[in-house]
Design a protein around this ligand. Sequence first.
Ligand code: ADP
Length: 192
Amino acid sequence: MRLLLIGAPGAGKGTQAERIAQRFGLVHISSGDLLREHVARGTELGQTASEYMNKGDLVPDELVLTMLREPVIAAAEAGGYVLDGFPRNVGQAMEAYDIAKPLGVAVQVAVYLEVARESLIDRIVERGKTSGRADDTREVVEHRIAVYEESTWPLLDYYREREQLLQVDGDLPVDEVTDSVLAQLERVRATL
Ligand code: ADP
């Protein structure tokens, strides 16, 4: 199974992606984690990316696509993937489709984790106390949410039109979110 998660910063994508991957034997690929690894290793890609990440802006599409290409293909061959944090805009989704489709590794299902705006900022500012992430401060979080609403929201229509969108209430307690998403994915898997 090949799927991706869409949700605002702080919506809980990482937690749910991990659990989905575990249940279905998929590889969890987080674009944010991979970018932070590049930053930590001081690669050229990481040096460029960090300037955008620290401000809460999207890293240029080409960088992210280059970074994800091999891990995504490898994961698809290993049984499937859960993408978390990618795509972030319709352009990324379209480019990824053009690359992945001929290889037979295009995404099958998009899961939308819907969380009320009010919950997000508190969750992330709380996480910022221990995450050590430069972008988990109130000012940067507000900007990240604005970027999400402007660039990432249109993806919901993109996948809805393709009848690939599942929706989950991300404001529920974390285990209930997991139960709901796993149940929906079980049903979808039977139709793939
Ligand atoms: P969150 O979802 O909590 O904002 P992530 O770890 O997914 O956190 O992303 C952190 C930062 O990494 C983003 O603000 C952005 O700068 C960069 N990033 C992650 N994924 C992408 C992507 N697909 N395209 C562009 N930038 C990205």
